[in-house]
Design a protein around this ligand. Structure first.
Ligand code: DAT
Ligand code: MG
Length: 139
């Protein structure tokens, strides 16, 4: 099925200059960047994006991290884009992410920041419902 999903390069990826490396990997598996924009995420946008994580121990640190520097927000389009992009991203924990995945291949030595937040370079929607919801926040 042709799908659209929300994809984002997080502040750690932008700070390390990995934007082209990461978008190149997305395009090489045949997915298309239908839109792409660099922003400094507003607090309200961050709260909306991470609404499903409200109440979790890492929530406040996650909001601080995602608003700590510029991010690149994207709409990614293609056949089964949601699942294929998540597979390309790899496991949430970069130390558990497989070779060949963005999080596995591009992780830095320290994957936890000073707030206890996992730095894993990228975000991708995990379901059709969240893809729709997340795209609407930023586009
Ligand atoms: P994913 O980004 O793989 O969809 P998620 O939605 O469960 O993972 O969590 C959102 C982000 O929050 C994740 O990319 C990194 C951070 N995070 C998740 N679980 C965490 C934990 N137990 N401790 C610290 N940071 C965490
Ligand atoms: Mg998630």
């Amino acid at each position: 099925m042709l799908e659209r999903t929300f994809f984002m390069i997080k502040p750690d990826g932008i700070a390390r200059g990995l934007e082209n490396e990461i978008t190149g990997r997305v395009e090489r598996i045949g997915l298309k960047l239908a839109a792409s924009r660099e922003i400094n995420m507003a607090l309200e946008e961050a709260a909306s994006l991470y609404q499903p994580h409200v109440g979790k121990s890492f929530y406040n640190g996650l909001i601080r991290f995602i608003t700590s520097g510029p991010v690149v927000t994207c709409i990614v389009e293609g056949e089964n884009a949601i699942k294929r992009l998540r597979e390309l991203m790899g496991d949430t924990d970069p130390l558990a992410a497989a070779k060949g995945t963005i999080r596995g291949d591009l992780k830095e030595a320290a994957v936890i920041n000073e707030d206890g937040i996992i730095k894993n370079l990228v975000h991708g929607s995990d379901s059709p419902e969240n893809a729709k919801r997340e795209i609407a926040i930023f586009f």
